[in-house]
Ligand binder design. Structure first.
Ligand SMILES: Cc1cc2nc3c(=O)[nH]c(=O)nc-3n(C[C@H](O)[C@H](O)[C@H](O)COP(=O)(O)O)c2cc1C
Length: 187
């Protein structure tokens, strides 16, 4: 049975380069016959996590909905911007809400435990968002996600994509194809 992989961007900016990257990876996966879906975090707005909100009102419906998508997936691909050398608030906030149990007797970290993930980044800067990937890898590892060793950080994001949103560089496409293959294999 084909593995189900969700593709996410850590940016909800309308012209986000990381959204382009997640969509380009999603397209590569679809062309390989993988059950791949791009998830737009803008469609799942959540308040900044606060345990008082959680205690008083429970999880927002958007978090419950997204958690169900994650539960039903075998793996995730995350394209993360680098904000001040780490991941974006929206990505951290989403992971925080999804890491919480919403039902009685729910297994711990039910939508992350033993799932697979691949992580990539792009930035207009020279390091391509590379410094966001170590904290993201560490965070995912500590919530029991198996993170693909190979990763890709693409500098000069504003020059990396063609008019269709595909990666221009053959080398970038080859690395992305290899990352997607590994993700589907270990998922
Ligand atoms: C608060 C903030 C911090 C940033 N810090 C970094 C950084 O540490 N390294 C970097 O390469 N770019 C940094 N940038 C620039 C982003 O890489 C750039 O805005 C990028 O386009 C964001 O990703 P997106 O296009 O997917 O939204 C920062 C941008 C913001 C708004």
């Amino acid at each position: 049975m084909s593995k189900r992989i969700l593709f996410l961007s850590g940016s909800t900016r309308k012209d986000s380069y990381n959204t382009l990257l997640a969509k380009a990876a999603c397209k590569i996966a679809s062309q390989k016959g993988i059950d791949a879906e791009f998830i737009d975090l803008a469609e799942y707005p959540m308040p900044l996590f606060n345990q008082d909100i959680e205690a008083e009102s429970g999880a927002p419906e958007t978090a419950k909905l997204l958690k169900e998508h994650f539960r039903n997936a075998d793996g995730f691909f995350i394209a993360s911007p680098e904000y001040n050398s780490t991941i974006t608030p929206i990505l951290k906030n989403t992971i925080d809400w999804l890491s919480r149990p919403y039902e009685k007797d729910e297994p711990r970290l039910v939508c992350f435990d033993n799932k697979a993930a691949a992580i990539c980044a792009t930035s207009p800067g020279g390091l391509g968002g590379l410094r966001a990937l170590d904290p993201l890898r560490l965070l995912l590892s500590h919530i029991n996600v198996n993170v693909v060793g190979q990763q890709l950080a693409i500098p000069s994001a504003h020059e990396a994509f063609d008019a269709n949103g595909d990666l221009k560089s053959e080398m970038h496409n080859a690395i992305m194809s290899s990352i997607v293959d590994t993700l589907a294999r270990i998922a």
